[in-house]
Design a protein around this ligand. Structure first.
Ligand SMILES: Nc1c(NC[C@H](O)[C@H](O)[C@H](O)CO)[nH]c(=O)[nH]c1=O
Ligand SMILES: CC(=O)[C@@H](O)COP(=O)(O)O
Length: 159
């Protein structure tokens, strides 16, 4: 379902239990397009807080760009005290195919980290054609991808 047909901040809370407040969440944030990625981060943190996760159980790691999210996620996922990792980035289409290479690399990289460490590693990366599409999905008319990513991490830990 396309994001414009489903608000990213509206999701089922089925299966989410009280136990989630005992977990520790890593959040890796790409610095590229920081206006967008900071909004994603704020959405993710507010969602975790909503379920009672204390701020000292949310560990942030910044990386330069979305391409580096996979390694940043690995640095967090390899820590026994971290139970899930949320990766937040925004890759905006430019004039060349660089966009395609970054998006593919980070999607595969994040997946590989999740499978390697047997932990939820959530792909919270926007891949819009332009800045407006990104803003629409970082607290705009289509909700906040950061909310969705944090809720996904919570749900995976509660299954
Ligand atoms: N153009 C965008 C980038 N580019 C930078 C790469 O992510 C990476 O840091 C660089 O290729 C060095 O390895 N990153 C984004 O997150 N968003 C973009 O729109
Ligand atoms: C997705 C990107 O790396 C992008 O900023 C590159 O832009 P361009 O393809 O115009 O060089």
């Amino acid at each position: 379902m396309a994001s414009n047909l489903k608000n990213l901040s509206q999701y089922s809370e089925k299966n989410i239990t009280e136990a989630v407040k005992d977990y520790v969440f890593g959040i890796v944030v790409a610095e590229w397009n920081s206006e967008v990625t900071e909004a994603l981060y704020n959405g993710a943190v507010e969602t975790l807080r909503k379920y009672g996760v204390p701020d000292n159980q949310i560990i942030r790691k910044n990386v330069p760009g979305s391409f580096e999210l996979s390694l940043g996620a690995q640095w967090l996922a390899e820590q026994n005290g971290i139970h899930a990792v949320i990766c937040l980035g925004c890759v905006i289409q430019g004039e060349t195919r660089h966009f395609d290479f970054i998006c593919s690399a980070v999607a595969h990289g994040v997946t590989n980290v999740s499978l390697k460490y047997n932990k939820p590693v959530i792909f919270g990366v926007l891949t819009p054609d332009n800045q407006q599409q990104a803003l629409d999905r970082a607290g705009g008319k289509h909700g906040n991808k950061g909310d969705e990513a944090a809720a996904t991490a919570v749900k995976m830990l509660c299954f």
